[in-house]
Write a new protein. Sequence first.
Length: 100
Amino acid sequence: GASLASRPLVLRQSLPLHDGRTLPEAYFASLGFSDGELSRVKSKYGRRLEFDVERRVKPLLQWLSDLGMTAPEVRKAVVRCPMIFNVDLEKVSKPVVLWL
């Protein structure tokens, strides 16, 4: 597998901040995700949220917003299906929506 040295951004983003949250968790909280919503996302995702905020989270949330989803709708979608962050936006999500 990949060594930690080859994945420093993921490692750094998985370290807890001063409030015990990871960088992605703090970012979701800044977007209005409640502690309950974050708990549901973490329980459904099955591990700590270790998404790359700049390369994975922000582009996906922006894309959902560009599709016309409101902030509450985006939060609801993420809470219902946090595995959405495992899908490649350019290779899967965008082509599927264009096909629809």
